[in-house]
Design a protein around this ligand. Structure first.
Ligand code: PLP
Length: 381
């Protein structure tokens, strides 16, 4: 039988949200991790100009490859050549390419649980076995060097994500170094998903590249650059994998949209506008964190990055999907059920995305606080 994948449950929530909106209900969309801000203005201007000016055939922008190599060097301190950059249609195909480059069917790859739903499912689709490492609040919901060292037998690989989805937690630099060291010693290959880099609320999140030059780095324009629908991302691959990485991209996906490549190039020079979005997320985060205690939601990992709060609602439900549906129907606030991120304990978690505008976060809090307080009254002692 071919690998069977679970659905993305947040999509079900989103479908219900859209139905409610079509019925005239006011819905606040906190179920998806997508910026509501749109592409930076210079990227939009460039795209508009290109629409009138240029042919849009299959294409790979040499300028974008060079600019991304420079961006990687500026943000990681590691020299990266344009040849090491592979343009992709977002981080999702980049993950497919990275995993199929490093691992054969039957290989075992460690991932954090909770973790991004597509890690488990992409691994399964490629007939690679996910090795789920339970990561609780005591380790910031993140994979540690100690956990990797304790795995017997050693896995063939590991996916690192810092900041992570669904928790927003960041791996500290000394732990990144320790993870790289354990992986080097035990022959574990690292794929580092760095899609939330640039969105942090304290110290910046570190790339894995300075710690492991052999790591494959996955990144995208979907989060910090606020361009999820443009379907543009990139990989950084070590020299010896360049040919095979390009062969995979070419055969499986051809090229990313040419319009997006033009816009993406412009977006790379929009740091001021994009950092303004991060300041908005920081305000949203503060508002939400301040409101959580009055909602009775004390058990969370304060997110150091990304734009999520992953909250334990186990005192109210053991069925996060049913809970999210009821929450949506009764308050108009759409959230993602924990079962997307954790097949074992996710039934008692909910993820809030605060990548919406600050007034919407304020409105969501105004709806959520009385609703949660009413649930507490109804909850068994
Ligand atoms: C951790 C993580 N990796 C990858 C992706 C996929 O992003 P993209 O839109 O670039 O395919 C997401 C999307 O939410 C994500 O959260």
């Amino acid at each position: 039988m071919t690998p069977q994948l679970e659905p993305f449950h947040a999509i079900t929530i989103s479908t219900i949200a859209q139905r409610l909106m079509a019925e005239g209900r006011s819905v606040i969309r906190m179920e998806y991790g997508q910026p509501s801000t749109g592409a930076p203005s210079a990227a939009l201007a460039r795209a508009r100009a290109v629409l009138d000016e240029e042919d849009k055939g299959y294409w790979e922008s040499a300028e974008l490859l060079a600019r991304l190599a420079r961006y990687m060097e500026e943000t990681t301190g590691v020299a990266v050549s344009p040849q090491q950059i592979v343009l992709t249609c977002g981080a999702s195909p980049a993950l497919v390419i990275a995993l199929s480059l490093r691992f054969s069917p039957g290989a075992r790859v460690a991932i954090a649980r909770p973790g991004y739903v597509a890690y488990r499912n992409t691994l399964r689709a490629l007939s690679i076995e996910p090795v789920e490492l339970p990561c609780g609040p005591e380790v910031g919901y993140q994979i540690t060097a100690a956990a990797l060292a304790a795995l017997d037998p050693a896995p063939d690989g590991v996916i690192i994500a810092s900041p992570a989805n669904p928790t927003g937690t960041v791996i500290p630099p000394e732990e990144m170094a320790a993870i790289a060291e354990v992986c080097r010693t035990r022959g574990i290959r690292i794929v580092s998903d760095e899609i939330y880099q640039g969105i942090t609320y304290g110290a910046p999140a570190r790339s894995m590249l300075p710690y492991d030059r052999e790591a494959i780095v996955v990144n995208s324009f979907s989060k910090y650059f606020s361009m999820p629908g443009w379907r543009l991302g990139w990989l950084v691959v070590p020299e010896d994998l360049i040919g095979q990485a390009r062969a995979r991209m070419g055969n499986l996906f051809l090229t990313p949209p040419s319009l997006s490549q033009h816009a993406g190039l412009a977006a790379l020079d929009c740091g001021e506008e994009l950092d303004g979005h991060v300041r908005t997320y920081a305000r949203n985060r503060d508002l939400l964190l301040a409101a959580l205690p009055s909602m009775g939601l004390a058990r969370i990992a304060p997110p150091d990055g990304a734009f999520y709060v992953y909250a334990d609602v186990g005192h109210l439900t053991q069925d996060s999907m049913a809970f999210c549906i009821r929450l949506l129907e009764e308050t108009g606030v759409a959230t993602a059920p924990g079962i997307d991120f954790d097949p074992v304990d996710g039934h008692r978690f909910v993820r809030f995305s605060f990548a919406v505008s600050t007034p919407l976060v304020e409105e969501a809090i105004a709806r959520l606080v009385p609703w949660f307080q009413a649930q507490k009254v109804l909850a068994p002692a």
